[in-house]
Design a protein around this ligand. Structure first.
Ligand code: NAD
Length: 276
């Protein structure tokens, strides 16, 4: 491999040989699909409120209608959004490497809509709703038929529908968290894309990957607390960075014969000069 790649040559070579890749994404991953990050939201219609003051169980207890309206607006944005070229590049990454696990803090489902197959949602999904008392899922039909804002729960007297997302101060769903921790400790390459690296426990996943010997690369136009620890920080937006990175990876792998897709879609590996 020669220099001049977006990813520094030794890292590109390392990625080409990676057995397990973790991709952690945050709100910045969806920004180019037109879904505002929390920071963008502060400059918009809801600028009078901090998301942290709306995305909490206390806010919902205080004023469920206001919180429901805020989520209605966010749901509208998500329904109108399409995955972008960066989401599709991550789908292509799966065809080049043996195992790619996406762990997302996003609640918009765009990775799945793009076609990524292993996606763990750490913070739930905004298009699902559940009873705020029993936590049982509530169907879209029930919500649609309800005249109330927020709709009443079908299960519990005085219960209300709430978005099936994790609010500040709440615990994360067990299975996605376990899968994320396993992916972080078992990967040999980790990308952190479009996240401030402030919200825990997501922010500690790349650090866990580092501790276990993985290479960590950040993609974010801005510096974050992860930046000093990453082997490389790509100061670009997610879509253009991922498209370039994946096409350079594909070209480098073809050139070096690092991995070859068989007709059955399985990966076989050849020794390349960089594997030695
Ligand atoms: P955040 O809104 O606090 O920060 C977004 C980060 O993305 C910033 O570091 C910013 O520099 C970066 N960024 C902005 N545009 C980018 C681009 N085009 N490409 C790459 N990076 C870009 O988001 P957070 O750190 O993910 O944490 C806030 C919480 O709010 C999380 O739980 C998050 O999932 C949730 N949230 C989700 C959505 C969504 O589902 N789309 C939207 C807003 C907030």
């Amino acid at each position: 491999m020669t220099d001049g790649f977006l990813l520094e040559a030794p890292l590109l070579s390392r990625l080409a040989r990676a057995r397990a890749v973790l991709v952690l994404t945050g709100a910045g991953m969806s920004a180019e699909s037109g879904i505002p990050t929390f920071r963008d939201a502060q400059t918009g219609l809801w600028s009078r409120y901090r998301p942290e003051d709306l995305a909490t169980p206390e806010a919902f207890e205080r004023d469920p209608a206001r919180v429901w309206r805020w989520y209605e607006e966010r749901r509208r944005a998500v329904r109108g959004a399409e995955p972008h070229a960066g989401h599709r590049a991550l789908v292509e990454l799966e065809t080049l490497l043996p195992a790619v696990t996406i762990v997302t803090q996003n609640v918009d489902g765009l990775h799945q809509r793009a076609g990524s197959t292993t996606v763990w949602e750490l913070h739930g999904n905004i298009l699902r709703s559940r009873c705020h008392v029993s936590h049982r899922p509530i169907s879209a039909q029930w919500l649609q038929d309800s005249p109330h804002q927020p709709p009443r729960s079908p299960y519990v007297k005085n219960g209300l529908a709430r978005p099936d997302v994790v609010w500040f101060g709440e615990t994360l769903p067990e299975r996605p968290l376990e899968a994320a921790l396993a992916a972080a400790s078992g990967c040999d390459f980790c990308f952190s894309i479009g996240t401030t690296s402030w919200v825990q426990p997501a922010a500690s996943l790349p650090l866990l990957a580092l501790e276990h010997g993985a290479a960590v690369v950040e993609i974010n136009p801005d510096e974050t607390p992860l930046s000093p620890h990453a082997q490389q920080c790509i100061r670009d937006r997610a879509a253009s960075a991922l498209v370039t990175l994946v096409s350079e990876l594909r070209a480098a792998m073809q050139e070096n014969g690092t991995a070859v897709m068989t007709a059955a879609g399985q990966h076989t590996r050849k020794e390349s000069e960089h594997d030695q």
